[in-house]
Ligand binder design. Structure first.
Ligand SMILES: [Zn+2]
Length: 158
């Protein structure tokens, strides 16, 4: 019996789904608000989306916080995009959270002297306050934070 492969789309900025057409047998999961926005993006953000991809692919949508599989939960955060979602995975080392936003570790632990807040909103956002609150929420809930744009991920989090 073939196993089911999921592609969890944290959001639909083209940089995050560039090769998704290659995943022909996968179930593609995205927040409904994100798919709706990708189908008709605000002009300020339209250059970050490929509306034809959003129209053509058989996305499955979820709304809000959803347990996709045992130990794997999707969290709607918003802020970066209307439907940004993170992925929390229960591991032996604790709860790991993929931020789902264009972030680095500096968003979660700003260097001293650079920020006057405990976290920083991501640089691109549709709602900076929601982005800030999402990053603060991830910092509270995660034992292991996996920021999407942190180059250390490519090096195995050294
Ligand atoms: Zn993004």
């Amino acid at each position: 019996m073939p196993s089911t492969v999921f592609v969890i789309c944290t959001h639909l900025h083209y940089a995050h789904v560039l090769n998704i057409r290659e995943c022909i047998n996968a179930r593609m999961v995205v927040q409904k608000t994100e798919l709706d926005f990708a189908l008709s993006p605000h002009p300020l953000f339209a250059h970050l989306y490929d509306a034809s991809m959003a129209e053509e692919l058989p996305f499955e949508t979820v709304e809000g916080d959803v347990e996709l599989l045992a130990g794997i939960k999707l969290h709607h955060f918003g802020g970066h995009t209307p439907g940004s979602q993170g992925v929390a995975v229960r591991t032996h080392q604790g709860q790991a959270v993929i931020s789902g936003m264009c972030t680095t570790q500096k968003n979660f632990d700003p260097p001293l002297g650079v920020a006057h807040t405990p976290v920083l909103a991501c640089g691109i956002h549709v709602d900076p306050i929601q982005s800030y609150e999402a990053i603060a929420r991830i910092k509270r809930m995660a034992d292991i934070i996996l920021p999407n744009h942190d180059t250390r991920l490519l090096e195995g989090m050294k």
